[in-house]
Ligand binder design. Structure first.
Ligand code: PLP
Length: 377
């Protein structure tokens, strides 16, 4: 598709052409199995090691703390289920009401199987109350699972403080860092995280590759049996995708978060122009601690679905919630958690990437102003 303006990068991102280029040989001539001991397999294994080193460096982990998975959903489910298998006597988990479906659904499953789950509420800006977190801890608490950044409103949660609370109380701590990784610096050593998940397709690698970080000495229970990934996740490695992910991460390391600063300026300009030109606007989320690339914005009396479709007619793509929930007609669990006036202010989500240009944003703003004026007339 040509000439589209893609502003839904929290749903997925375009594969970087350098990523695609390093993957192709491993889909064609270099098809060796990394477990083979002859050189045709060994050279592939070396490439996987390089990718693992890059991912480890990105979050300040050790190489053997990185497990490649099929996606971040798998990483999230594995981290939680592993904790339950390792500590079968502890039956209480603390999470939030704004986690990704892969966490929410795992919690529901556990609830149906005798676990007690505390879903921490958020305020109207999506912020968590850490006193509530502390109060909900019991001697039976096994795990705290709180995302690093929210996919819909972009809030960044206080992971360092939560990590400290978990450590002081001898509780495992999992964080879903899918939306944060590559955009904000992550140092797993400093943050006291036991397990963390990453997804390739949010950082310009393909869909179908993920990472689970498991801190050394964290009890771990293998769910997919087999010998790969040091007996932690069976299945022949997805070689091209792992190598692609390694390249995507290498590019983030080279950029050293300059891109995040550009995105923040662009996102702030976008919000300011909207506020200057359109009345009755609400921006959801925590204004101080928000991802530089995300805005969730609503226009009084304008349905997000109608707006999204009108924008699509101009070749502009935004979303009305998370991609995972867009088939469900109801407002997402994140927006409902904010207890916002969704009847009057239903938001569209605009999320930028390194491929978003200033021209894209200018065109978007112009189209948006026209469309809102037309709808409100
Ligand atoms: N966690 C968050 C916060 C996400 O936004 C997503 C994807 O939308 C996932 C997890 C799942 O990632 P994957 O598609 O790799 O399973």
């Amino acid at each position: 598709m040509n000439n589209i303006i893609y502003l839904d990068n929290n749903a997925t991102t375009k594969i970087d052409s350098d990523v695609l280029e390093v993957m192709l040989p491993y889909l064609k001539e270099d098809y060796g199995n990394p477990s083979s001991i002859y050189s045709f397999g060994k050279s592939v294994k070396d490439k996987i090691t390089d990718a693992r080193r890059n991912v480890a460096k990105l979050i300040n982990a050790k190489e053997d703390e990185i497990i490649f998975t099929s996606c971040a959903s798998e990483s999230n489910v594995t981290a939680i289920m592993s904790a339950t298998k390792e500590y079968p006597d502890k039956r209480h988990i603390i999470t939030t009401s704004v986690e990704h479906a892969s966490i929410m659904e795992t919690m529901k499953y556990l609830e149906n199987n005798g676990y007690r789950i505390t879903y921490l509420e958020v305020d109207s800006n999506g912020k968590l109350n850490l006193d509530e977190l502390k109060k909900s801890i019991t001697s039976d608490t096994l795990l705290i699972a709180v995302q690093m950044a929210n996919n819909e409103i972009g809030n960044i949660y206080p992971i360092e403080e939560i990590g400290k609370i978990a450590k002081d109380n001898n509780i495992l701590f999992h964080t879903d860092s899918v939306q944060a990784v590559g955009k904000i610096k992550i140092d797993v050593e400093k943050l006291n995280i036991n397990t963390l998940s990453i997804s390739g397709h949010k950082i310009h690698a393909p869909k179908g590759i993920g990472v689970l970080y498991v801190k050394s000495n964290t009890p771990y229970h293998q769910l997919i049996f087999g010998h790969q990934e040091k007996n932690r996740r069976g299945g022949t490695e997805n070689v091209p995708y792992i190598i692609g992910l390694g390249k995507a991460v290498e590019k983030i390391l080279l950029d050293d978060y300059k891109e995040s600063k550009r995105l923040q300026l662009l996102r702030d300009k976008l919000e300011q122009e909207i506020l200057n030109n359109i009345d009755d606007v609400v921006i959801y989320g925590d204004k101080e601690n928000r991802m530089p690339s995300t805005t969730s914005i609503a226009f009084k009396g304008v349905s997000a679905e109608v707006l999204m479709l009108r924008l699509e007619a101009f070749g502009i793509y935004v979303s009305t919630g998370s991609a995972c929930n867009s088939e469900i007609a109801e407002p997402s669990h994140v927006l409902t958690s904010l207890k916002a006036d969704l009847e009057n202010y239903s938001p569209i989500r605009i999320s930028l990437s390194k491929y978003t240009t200033e021209e894209d944003i200018d065109t978007f703003i112009k189209s948006l102003i026209n469309i809102i004026n037309m709808i409100r007339k």
